[in-house]
Design a protein. Structure first.
Length: 301
């Protein structure tokens, strides 16, 4: 559920040797904008939930360190499908702390164009493993989540190709979430993450670490209690430099993005619903600038 093209490999094909990219192949392992739907709410103790995430991302420009277009003829189309299972263990501490575990599998299709060159590929992307998340609700209106997870690459990878569906490196994620209902009609959610990327052994490239926060503010009208209207998005900032063979790249090539857009959330029941959202990116540095359309669903098992 990523939103960025495979730019470093692209550059080796079209010979823009004076330009380098933020995070290898212009890709982030964390799916930017995914956690805008009650991110701190999990299944009840003993319960299991199934989630589906479908996203299409399109970008027709790649911004450099100055925020200006940096690759002529650049275009990216990326379709990703992710399936997720989350289980809340039937245990609770005296203070009300609960625990969940989860697994996500992703795959999709990517197409990249630049400088008269084009490549596309379909395949698996990565698995996201959450051994344990901690849940705590200090009040019925405030819900908190925290944990550490890992993205591990799956599927084929060839450093000579312009497009690859997998980033080919492991990422460790510190994940937090807050969902607050200040009024029965209102919801405020924040989901910060911090990604620590490992080195790609095939290219000896290490992407910088990335901070991201997904956000959403939503409202339900009394006349339509099952339908929530919201404003959602994300802010992303790379906080360490990329490096090749231990040498930092010029200017750090640090990614920065802000995205915002409308979100509709329809609840069939308290634990089942469907979400449609459109997120538009602005203020981009060292990455593609585009739009994503999401369809998400959740159902208890």
């Amino acid at each position: 559920m990523n939103t960025r093209a495979y730019v470093c490999l692209l550059l080796s094909v079209v010979s823009y040797t004076n330009f380098s990219c933020a995070t290898e192949n212009g890709d982030t392992t964390w799916p930017l904008g995914v956690q805008t739907v009650v991110p701190a709410l999990m299944p009840p103790p003993g319960g299991t939930e199934f989630y589906s995430y479908t996203v299409y991302y399109h970008a027709d420009s790649y911004k450099g360190n100055s925020g200006r277009s940096a690759i002529p003829g650049f275009k990216l189309d990326n379709f990703v499908q992710a399936l997720r299972l989350v289980h809340t263990w039937n245990y609770q501490t005296d203070s009300g702390v609960q625990f969940t575990s989860g697994l996500i599998g992703t795959g999709g299709h990517i197409k990249v164009e630049a400088g008269g060159q084009s490549d596309e590929k379909t395949g698996m992307r990565q698995a996201y493993i959450t051994p344990l998340n901690v849940l705590y609700s200090p009040t019925p209106q405030l819900h908190l989540l925290g944990g550490v997870s890992v993205f591990t690459p799956i599927g084929g990878y060839d450093k000579r190709d312009l497009a690859n569906t997998t980033p080919n490196y492991t990422t460790y994620i510190s994940e937090f979430a807050l969902t607050w209902f200040p009024h029965p009609n209102w919801e405020v959610s924040l989901a910060p993450t911090f990604s620590v990327n490992q080195r790609n052994k095939d290219t000896d490239y290490r992407s910088g670490n990335v901070f991201n926060v997904d956000y959403m503010v939503g409202y339900r009208f009394d006349s339509m209690p099952k339908l929530q209207f919201g404003v959602a998005g994300y802010y992303t900032k790379q906080v360490t430099d990329d490096d090749i063979d231990g040498t930092d790249l010029p200017n750090g090539n640090r990614l920065e993005k802000f995205a915002v857009g409308p979100q509709l959330f329809y609840s069939f029941t308290q634990s089942a619903g469907v979400v449609l959202k459109w997120l538009h990116e602005t203020n981009v540095k060292n990455g593609p600038m585009g739009d994503s359309v999401w369809l998400e669903a959740a159902f208890p098992l």
